[in-house]
Write a protein that binds this ligand. Structure first.
Ligand code: NAP
Length: 256
């Protein structure tokens, strides 16, 4: 018996980076995976990779900031796969890196729409199916930036702090329904999102990477698979007594 055998999992932002590794990790452990993203071509490649390895998956275009899109796609996924057992709210954007007093309302809203409203919409439209199934596991991608400040990315910090507490509150609201809700807090993981931050930084990508490596006590940034392993644990029944927790996977970053 695999660790999430026959469970149906929806992963948002599943085309690239951490989301892609989560899709592959859940499929390897037996889940039927709904890979969802706005990057359709890359998302479909993840589905092909899962199928080539003998797994079950399909692709849906979901912009998590668009409630109608979330609602209709979740209905289709439930119709096709039969239930929704696992939801991984992974889609997220870094947004602008400016001091707070220089940020426009549009720039602020852009991050909150995806990182906070997206988690709300996906949770809202997964809960009825999970109640019907009699159980569920929701895993929300927060960040070390949802635990501590770093004097950069103000809207991103606000959004990830919100996700941390949304997770705890929903854990309490739905505990009686056997729906567990936990947050995962990665340190820096080398993904397209972080590489873009490097490209935008004054010293360029290589210098940025060296700086990031040195900020983690283990001496280097993490890999997407480091996060996927934690998510598979929280998705599986191995974590049946775990809800409302914050799983830090950060190479010791926040232990300092
Ligand atoms: P990534 O490499 O940028 O991948 C994120 C995926 O989400 C991309 O395919 C992206 O598509 C998609 N996406 C963006 N906006 C979306 C939307 N509105 N609806 C659906 N999909 C959307 O990011 P990542 O580094 O893997 O990060 C994944 C999650 O982990 C995020 O929530 C992030 O905040 C969190 N996290 C990451 C790190 C890190 O160091 N990487 C650390 C802590 C937390 P496009 O490429 O087309 O935009």
């Amino acid at each position: 018996m695999k660790r999430v055998e026959d469970k149906v999992a929806i992963v948002t932002g599943g085309a690239l980076g951490i989301g892609r590794a989560i899709c592959l990790g859940l499929a390897k452990e037996g889940a039927k995976v709904a890979v969802t993203d706005i990057a359709d071509e890359d998302g479909r490649k993840v589905v092909e990779e899962i199928k080539a390895n003998g797994g079950t998956a399909d692709y849906w275009h979901i912009d998590t900031a668009d409630e109608d899109n979330v609602s209709s796609a979740f209905s289709e996924i439930k119709n096709q796969f039969g239930s929704i057992d696992i939801l991984v709210n992974n889609a997220g954007i870094a947004g602008v890196n400016k001091p707070t007093h220089e940020i426009t309302k549009e720039e602020w809203d852009n991050v909150i729409n995806v990182n906070v409203n997206g988690v709300f919409f996906c949770t809202k439209h997964a809960i009825p199916a999970m109640k019907e199934a009699g159980a569920g596991s929701i895993i929300n991608l927060s960040s070390i930036y949802g635990m501590i400040g770093a004097a950069d990315l103000p809207p991103y910090h606000a959004s990830k702090g919100a996700v941390r507490l949304m997770s705890k509150n929903d854990a309490l609201l739905y505990a009686k329904d056997k729906i567990r809700v936990n947050s995962v807090h990665p340190g820096f993981i080398w993904t397209p999102l972080v590489e873009q931050l490097g490209k935008d930084s004054p010293g360029g990508v290589d210098e940025f990477r060296k700086q990031l490596d040195s900020r983690h006590p283990v001496g280097h940034v993490g890999e997407s698979e480091d996060i996927a392993h934690g998510v598979v644990y929280l998705a599986s029944d191995e974590s049946k007594f775990v809800t409302g927790t914050e799983l830090l996977i950060d190479g010791g970053y926040t232990a300092q």
